[in-house]
Ligand binder design. Sequence first.
Ligand code: DI6
Ligand code: FE
Length: 425
Amino acid sequence: MTAIHWDALWTNLHLATMADGYGEIRDGAIAVQDGRIAWLGARADLPAGASATITHDGNGGWLTPGLIDCHTHIVHAGNRSDEFEARLNGVSYADIATSGGGIMATVRATRAASEDALYAASLPRVLALLAEGVTTIEIKSGYGLDLDNEAKMLRVARRLGATLPVRVVTTFLGAHALPPEYVNRPDDYIDHICTVMLPALHAERLIDAVDAFCEHIGFTPAQTERVFRAAQQLGLPLKLHAEQLSDQRGAALTAQYNGLSADHLEFLSQDGVDAMATAGTVAVLLPGAFYYLRETRLPPIDALRAAGVPMALATDCNPGTSPMTSLLLALNMGCTLFRLTPAEALAGVTCHAARALGLQAETGLLAVGLRADFALWQIERPGDLAYRIGGNACAGVVLAGQWRAASQFADGFKGADQETGQVVR
Ligand code: DI6
Ligand code: FE
């Protein structure tokens, strides 16, 4: 019998495979071949005579699947700290909105930014996530609101994925807000999305999924359904900002169209929970926005849990309602604010987040055949990841088999060389 030889082998660590709770394997080992997991188990069970080209020492830490931030608006220009400050000085949200603030302030800044400027503005936010063990990020458009500017946002998202050691999944969120060109004509804007923007951006291969903001301050369920139909005709998977501020039955609509996820969900009804459970639609919980808006109504966590709906957690990184670039903080908030258990929270940024992106056959678990996307942590037990506020115990990440120390993602990391595609160290 020929001895087994792998590209890389990791030992002197514990594994949290996330298959069934933490799926702990103490004193484990994990082998990588061609960027995928070839073997994992207790070190004592390593096949006799197995060897590897590189053996990595985990320093007694814990290896988890690479973390997945499955809902972000991380590509945008400008910030809204002026509004934050004005509100705390007594200016009302309505006044800010009538004077052109809110989402429209970010739309103006994003439209005005060149593609390079938008990339440069987004880079430090993405690096902050990577330094905390993130290996997959979903990035939405939705601050361009016309064909050229939505395309610009999505190209920047693609470029972040091409130049950094992270898997980027793009979501077209043209139906985020009504652009000034279509004031009082929301149905015309939805027409434009369905007949012009969606087909053009899809033809440029800029879209992996389609989302909308179904809300009394966003788009109606009927308008959302038109976007869903157009997306489905192109074979694109669906997601929805649903039930964030009111119950529009958006989650049930998403389930009806076999959507990947319904996100936010503070005002989700039992009917919505049941529809999601039947369709296998993931509930993406966004505690950063809940916190920032000082929302008091909780998503129906107990009902989701009882119905067996997979619950993911994400940052919702955006300049208005969740200016947050820490998925570890979202993990902590998922526990403190939403009362998830630390194991549920970690599943929410690994296996369930993968499912929310349709990537469950690729990443989100430590399992043979999946991509070797790992995060290595110098912690005592997996629950430490949700326990702390601040601090970062991430030693580094592995994306498709390749190791990178977390310290690389500190200030000064410039992304990849544009000519060669090599990451600049
Ligand atoms: N829900 C939100 O919380 C964000 N978008 C959305 O649909 C807010 C985005 C912003 O204020 O810029
Ligand atoms: Fe969002």
